[in-house]
Design a protein around this ligand. Structure first.
Ligand SMILES: *Cc1c(COP(=O)(O)O)cnc(C)c1O
Length: 372
């Protein structure tokens, strides 16, 4: 039997090692030193923003963004239910109320036509999260933000190198955030970035990242921050990875096209949209949804694939169904049928950058045996 096909493996065979060694030799391994700043500048430039603030992970980037916008008790923030828990954590901890929206069953992104009915006098921000490879439709979100005076946080953790109507994802939010976890298009092992054009928000994020030390009175604090600093060793990896972003996006698109072509022959499997009027998928991951006439759910399907040597991951478990949030009295009686179905019947296939064509053949063969 052939080797197990892992769900994700990164590619680290460019100048990662050179830059990492240069970092070690320089002695600058903490967040001080030139490499973090260089990575911030180059990354911000790559998405057309003025400021980049490197942080320890994508969740930390979202936490700082929510805090920098002054979101707190009495405020409401609208976000998709179908997303990662990272999006909602600081909204809740700040004392604000998360308001979740169902998904579009084709793009798998937040249903932007369902946002306006959720806006109240207390709504402060919309958190727009790009899901799995296609951006969420930003224009309607901005129409609402202008009409109601709302801030926009853009979670672009899955969208390095993606464009929305020709403009980089990450260039849209008052604050936009990225993750550099190893399954993202570029990785620093652990890591994240906040980007913005607003100098005040950039200053606040920088301060929140570094415990809100006061510049002149080092250990006197006017605000509570966190230690969310990125190390220079992570930045060294990030600089090398950033050089390869176009190559990586090209690889992911070829991988997506391969799966699209080969899996379209299996009936009753919903494949991701390859494009919409505003973007072409970059296939952060290659997700599928089992059709209603397939007599098993995602859990069973993933078990069968594992038995065939194929790694998979479940889709997100919707926020409105999370036990930890339900126990707090949130989302009582709320049902969002598309998000719920996506979890129950969706999962993603091996889609990492190191995936070979031979491994994709193995995946397709296993899928055909099980569902063909
Ligand atoms: C990965 C991811 C995050 C969290 O990033 P970490 O670096 O793992 O903390 C946040 N939002 C989305 C959409 C993600 O995909």
């Amino acid at each position: 039997m052939s080797d197990f096909v892992p769900v994700n493996e990164p590619l680290l065979d460019g100048r990662e090692e050179d830059y990492l060694v240069a970092c070690l030799r320089s002695g600058w391994i903490s967040s001080e030193g030139p490499m973090v700043r260089e990575f911030e500048e180059k990354f911000a430039q790559s998405v057309g923003r003025k400021y980049g603030i490197a942080v320890s992970n994508g969740t930390a980037a979202l936490d700082a963004a929510v805090e920098a916008l002054g979101i707190g008790p009495g405020d409401e923030v609208i976000l998709p239910s179908f997303t990662i828990i990272s999006c909602i954590g600081q909204i809740i901890r700040s004392g604000a109320t998360p308001v979740v929206v169902d998904s579009d069953p084709l793009t798998w992104n937040m249903d932007v036509t369902a946002i306006e009915e959720k806006i109240t006098a207390r709504t402060k921000a919309i958190m727009a999260v790009h899901i799995y490879g296609l951006p969420v439709d930003m224009d309607p979100i901005f129409d609402l933000a202008r009409k109601y005076g709302l801030r926009v946080i853009e979670d672009a953790a899955q969208m390095h190198g993606q464009l929305y109507r020709g403009k980089p994802c990450g260039s849209f939010g008052d604050l936009s955030t990225f993750s550099f976890y190893p399954n993202k298009h570029i990785t620093t092992g652990e890591g994240g970035m906040i980007v913005t054009d607003d100098p005040d928000l950039a200053d606040q994020c920088r301060s929140l990242r570094n415990l809100c030390f006061e510049p002149n009175r080092r250990f006197v604090h006017e605000r509570l921050g966190w230690n969310l600093r990125m190390t220079s060793m992570q930045a060294a990896l990030g600089l090398a990875q950033l050089e390869r972003l176009d190559e990586f996006v090209g690889r992911k698109r070829r991988m997506g096209a391969f799966y699209q072509e080969r899996l379209s022959r299996i009936p009753s499997i919903q494949l991701p949209l390859s494009e919409t009027g505003y973007a072409r998928s970059i296939y952060w991951v290659f997700g599928i949804i089992l059709g209603d006439d397939i007599p098993m759910d995602a859990v069973e399907a993933m078990k069968r694939l594992a038995a065939e040597g194929i790694g998979t991951r479940p889709f997100f478990y919707p926020m409105h169904q999370q036990p930890v949030l339900r126990r707090q009295g949130l989302f009582e009686n709320l049902t969002l049928p598309h998000a719920e179905k996506m979890y129950a019947r969706g999962f993603y296939l091996p889609s990492g950058l190191a995936l070979t064509e031979g491994q994709m053949e193995q995946v397709v063969a296993a899928m055909s045996r099980i569902f063909g």
